[in-house]
Write a protein that binds this ligand. Structure first.
Ligand SMILES: [Zn+2]
Length: 273
């Protein structure tokens, strides 16, 4: 049996997370340039406009990344199916069948909207922090005059700075309530979407060739996936045989976020497993 390697897409994903890190660094620099001793609505509007520009550049970059890389994962998934089934692939780039064309379109849209949600989240948090800090700075200045000080106290200034920094540093909260740094979340989302796309492309190619079974790859996993390595699965629920349907496998154990396991199609799984 030919060795199927599990793609990691480390290089591509590294480029995307670097873009997020760079954008976050630029936003922090923009926030640090704000003079918290004397904030005005005009200054904060200018800073927020700059933040919006940085994020819209990031949105364009990540949309292009998704449009290029999701199809790449799908092509790798098709090649995985062809290699597993020992089918010669004459062209350099395999064609997508109808199921795969539809799947890739949906996966691109889905991933782009997940990434857009990340930048929208960052923008919302920064906007709210800047508004809050502007208000506090204005109030503190007025109060300093009443109290008879020339400037706002160091403690207040530090607090205002921290509030601005925290708006990008403390990260975003996912549906399960976990907190992520934006670039770590982006890495998890894209890695997971690439893996799902790869698997679905493999399954779609296999089914189109009347292949209804597959086997889960092995790499000596240490987590719950270990129980599933080398196991046979059905690619459609109503295929005959004593194997679980791939869509019913417990997601806590296999094909979880960041999981690298893939499925290799096979026409005839052994009868005695
Ligand atoms: Zn796994």
């Amino acid at each position: 049996m030919s060795k199927i390697t599990e793609p990691t897409y480390d290089y591509q994903i590294g480029k995307l997370t670097a873009a997020y890190k760079a954008a976050i660094t630029s936003i922090l620099a923009e926030l640090n340039r704000m003079d918290v001793t004397e904030m005005s609505r005009a200054n904060s509007s200018a800073a927020l406009a700059e933040v919006a520009t940085i994020l819209s550049g990031l949105n364009a970059e990540s949309a292009a990344w998704v449009a290029e890389n999701i199809p790449l994962a799908a092509r790798d998934g098709v090649v995985n199916a062809l290699t597993s089934l020992k089918i010669e692939n004459p062209g350099a780039a395999p064609q997508f069948n109808r199921m795969n064309s539809e799947m890739v379109k949906a996966a691109v849209a889905d991933t782009q909207s997940d990434l857009l949600a990340v930048t929208q989240n960052v923008e919302r948090r920064v906007r709210s922090a800047v508004r809050q800090v502007t208000g506090e700075s204005m109030r503190a200045n007025t109060a300093a005059g009443i109290i008879g000080r020339r400037t706002i106290s160091r403690d207040i200034l530090d607090g205002l700075r921290k509030k601005l920094g925290d708006s990008v540093n403390t990260g975003i909260i996912d549906a399960a309530g976990r907190r992520w740094r934006p670039e770590v979340y982006v890495e998890m989302v894209t890695r997971t979407k690439m893996a799902i796309t790869h698997r679905e492309a493999t399954v779609n190619e296999a089914i189109d060739r009347d292949v209804l079974y597959g086997r889960i790859s092995r790499h000596g996993a240490k987590d719950a996936c270990a129980n599933w390595e080398g196991k046979y699965v059905k690619l459609v629920p109503d295929a005959t045989g004593p194997f679980p349907y791939i869509g019913d496998l417990p997601r806590r154990e296999i094909f979880h976020p960041n999981c690298k396991h893939l499925v290799s199609p096979m026409r005839n799984p052994p009868a005695d497993v």
